[in-house]
Design a protein. Structure first.
Ligand code: FES
Ligand code: FE2
Length: 427
């Protein structure tokens, strides 16, 4: 697809439906967006011990995130150096070596060839030490406070430059951990959604929708998200329009890299429990008592790191967005635990995410239904354009390189589309 064709798909306030429907656009996205940017692959706590691994994909290419015996985190293409088979078929686990199921070639956890059966059948013209016979490393890997990203591109701006203003979202979460680190342990909620990947990334910082998409979970008094002790809930009663101003006031910031954050959320009441007092005491030991309130005040609720991962700070989880086809996307939701916090808080987080993000839950299932309805509706020839005009022209630069607007604005999506077009049309 040439630049002229691509430029025709994005205007300031709209994106052409072809961007969500056309397999040729999707192929170009895999090469130029997912194939060029830093893509989140996992958290280093998921591969805590040597030999730990998990499998995922970057731009449809299967990869393995693993911990090598020297302690380093590696990201390898999940492809056998012999005849190309996927080597690691499990979602996660621990292995001293990876063994291909086809002819038994084995690999060290840095991807180098460890051995092959009947190696004396290869003559002198075959160099078994050739790195190309190994599981090759993905060109770039970098970590920010435990969050591991990889890039298929040989060079790019540093991960920190790429993250820019959304580093603060990670910093704030890590500060809330009494031991100064977050971790992912156990499993995830996993969906395969029959919809384009962009619908999920647009939804993260869309505060226009909760009152309507999630209407069925509202309490009689119009408050939502009140399922935990001490949580005051958010007023989202919709049809009179007035309560939506709550979400407008939370605000939204978008960045040129395509990232966006929604927040701050007003500080909800804190649970008056023994567990929470223990948590505060642990934070006071780390940060000093005078700083605990500041540490517990989050300036962000939803963070979308374009194009592959979202972090929700209040209902603490990491959400990965993995495109499979133009109309098929895998989404995984991993609870994010605060190391050093009482174990009861971890259990409560899991219970809460079971309510809101499991495949048979209240909240995320509403969104997923909407993504699939968008995919269906856009097939009509009625209208070529998907609209994102809300708040257009009202965004204002902030002091940290972002643009700020009201919480129900569609400025996060507009930033995504600009970043998307820039990647798609770059040389
Ligand atoms: S394809 Fe892997 S050992 Fe043959
Ligand atoms: Fe939602």
């Amino acid at each position: 697809m040439d630049g002229r064709e691509l430029n025709a798909l994005v205007q300031d306030d709209r994106m052409h439906r072809r961007a969500f429907l056309d397999p040729a656009v999707f192929d170009a996205e895999m090469e130029r967006v997912f194939g060029r940017l830093w893509i989140y692959v996992g958290h280093d706590s998921q591969v805590a011990r040597p030999g730990d691994f998990l499998t995922t994909a970057i731009a449809r290419q299967p990869v393995v995130l693993c911990r090598h015996r020297d302690g380093s985190v590696r990201v390898l293409f999940n492809r056998c150096g012999h005849r190309g088979a996927l080597v690691v078929a499990e979602e996660s686990g621990n292995a001293e070596r990876f063994r291909c199921g086809y002819h038994g070639w084995t690999y060290h956890t840095d991807g180098t060839l460890a051995g092959l059966p009947l190696s004396d059948g290869y003559g002198p013209q075959v160099d078994l030490a050739d790195p190309a016979l190994g599981m090759l490393p993905v060109p770039q890997v970098a970590t920010y406070k435990g969050f591991v990203f990889a890039s298929l591109a040989p060079t790019s701006p540093s991960l920190e430059d790429f993250l820019g203003g959304v580093k603060t979202s990670i910093d704030e979460i890590v500060d809330r951990a009494p031991d100064g680190a977050v971790e992912i342990k156990g499993g995830c909620h996993r969906y395969v959604v029959h919809a384009n990947w962009k619908f999920q990334i647009e939804n993260l910082c869309d505060m226009y929708h909760p009152a309507f998409s999630h209407e069925s979970t509202l309490r009689a008094d119009g408050r939502q998200f009140e399922r935990r002790e001490g949580d005051a809930g958010a007023p989202v009663r919709g049809n009179d329009g007035r309560s939506l101003s709550f979400w407008d006031q939370t605000g939204m910031t978008a960045y040129t890299q395509g990232h966006s954050v929604q927040g701050p959320m007003p500080r909800a009441g804190e649970p008056d429990t023994e567990v929470y007092r223990r948590y505060r005491a642990a934070l006071a030991r780390r940060h000093g008592a005078a700083n605990v309130d500041r540490v517990l005040t989050l300036t962000r609720h939803n963070t979308m790191i374009f194009p592959s991962v979202a972090i929700q700070s209040l209902n603490l989880h990491v959400r990965t967005i993995t495109p499979v086809a133009v109309d098929k996307t895998e989404i995984r939701v991993y609870p994010l635990h605060l190391r050093g916090a009482p174990a009861e808080m971890s259990r409560e987080l899991i219970r809460y995410l079971n309510l809101t993000h499991a495949a048979a839950s209240f909240i995320q299932t509403d969104d997923v239904e909407m993504f699939e309805r968008q995919q269906q509706g856009l097939r009509t020839q009625a209208n070529d354009w998907v609209r994102y005009a809300r708040g257009l022209g009202q965004e204002r630069p902030d002091n940290e390189g972002g643009y700020r607007g009201a919480g129900t604005n569609e400025l996060g999506m507009r930033a995504q589309h600009r970043a998307w077009l820039e990647c798609m049309t770059a040389a």
